[in-house]
Design a protein around this ligand. Structure first.
Ligand code: COA
Length: 331
């Protein structure tokens, strides 16, 4: 049995310069700042330029994470990118990033689990590292949701933003690191959030087909919301249990940043004190795969993490999927 553990060696993130405020949203659709603030908690979101794609955002975040880890791209054995808005169908964003950063000795692939993506990537990487198969893995959550958003649909366009967050994971025989992970899916909920592609959008009924832009995100907001509160609290409890901990041990809860009402609902169910919750949703909106790593990176850069702290990260998204991890900060 291998004794390797997965530890976080470096974190990095990137947000595009352009910002859409709620006032900007008011100019696009029939909405207002009060509705958006009360129903979602979002004030602003960052938006990629027309010529800026997911791999561009991911590359900056990756280079920053490598710098933080004091590691070169040549040392990376595997790159995993979690995204639902890849630059193109093929090759993967991971391959594009690998080329951009000069990772010449790496394997590379993407995973498509929507907002559960970064945590799922951590779980996958953890399996490779624990078994001794790979030593250094770069995981990235990156999305340019603005490119697959219908800016005529007020129920979705106010939610989404663009960004990228990356972590360099490495094998260690020391203390802490990834304590436990879990992944799940309720595939019967596949039609609750989706972005049509090659398949006819009528797959999910006439509503989207008739009223929405093709290749844009569609969702049943209220059903997703109920699912999200339940699954975020259940998954967090379960992953802590796997790690031999309880919710009372959480020093930092970093949930997927989709909606403040979902986050608060989950926090209350978990009985985690508000000061242990990290939220950046108001400034960035929902960035799918990028939400959790950007939040984690910001919390780290604000000096919130101390060696030995227990961090719980938990995401949910299209699929319907979920993923959670319990981490002991060891940097
Ligand atoms: N501005 C003003 N009114 C809006 C609006 C907007 N941007 N979007 C929707 N409305 C209206 C609706 O048309 C509806 O009007 P009606 O009562 O006349 O029909 C009313 O507000 C309430 O809509 P509803 O969908 O019930 O609101 P909600 O409280 O469920 O909030 C979401 C909508 C989308 C904010 C919320 O459902 C949500 O965040 N769901 C989860 C989504 C999510 O997390 N998705 C990503 C998963 S990773």
């Amino acid at each position: 049995m291998s004794e390797w553990k997965t530890v976080i060696a470096g974190l990095g993130s990137y947000l595009p310069e352009k910002v859409y405020t709620n006032a900007d949203m008011e100019r696009m659709v029939e909405t207002n700042d009060e509705w958006i603030t009360q129903r979602t908690g979002i004030k602003e979101r960052h938006i990629a330029r027309e010529d800026e794609f997911t791999s561009d955002l991911a590359t900056v975040a990756a280079n920053r994470a490598l710098e933080d880890a004091g590691m070169s791209a040549e040392e990376i054995d595997l790159i995993i990118v979690a995204t639902v808005s890849p630059d193109m169908h093929s090759p993967s964003v991971a391959a594009l990033v690998g080329n951009n950063i000069g990772a010449t000795k790496t394997a590379a692939f993407d995973i498509n689990v929507a907002c559960s993506g970064f945590v799922t990537a951590m779980s996958v990487a953890d399996q490779f590292i624990r078994t001794g198969f790979y030593r250094n893995i770069l995981i990235i959550g990156a999305d340019t949701l603005s490119k697959i958003t219908d800016y005529n649909d007020r129920a979705t366009c106010i939610l989404f933003g663009d960004g990228a967050g990356a972590a360099v994971l490495t094998a260690s025989k020391g203390e802490g690191g990834v304590l436990a992970t879990l992944n799940g899916a309720d595939c019967s909920g596949a039609d609750k959030i989706y972005c049509d592609g090659l398949r006819d959008p009528k797959w999910c009924g006439e509503e989207k087909a008739q009223t929405h832009k093709r290749r844009s995100l569609w969702m049943n907001g209220s059903e997703v919301m109920k699912f999200a509160v339940r699954i975020m609290s259940n998954a967090t409890k379960k992953v802590l249990e796997k790690a031999g901990l309880t919710t009372a041990d959480i020093d930092h809860l970093i949930p997927h940043q989709a909606n403040m009402r979902i986050i608060e609902g989950a926090r209350k169910r978990l009985e985690v004190a508000p000061e242990r919750l990290f939220v950046n949703l108001d400034q960035v909106g929902n960035m799918s795969g990028a939400s959790i790593p950007v939040a984690m990176c910001q919390a780290y850069q604000q000096g919130r993490f101390t060696k030995g702290d227990v961090i719980a990260i938990v995401g949910f998204g299209a699929g319907l999927t979920w993923a959670a991890a319990a981490i002991e900060w060891s940097k």
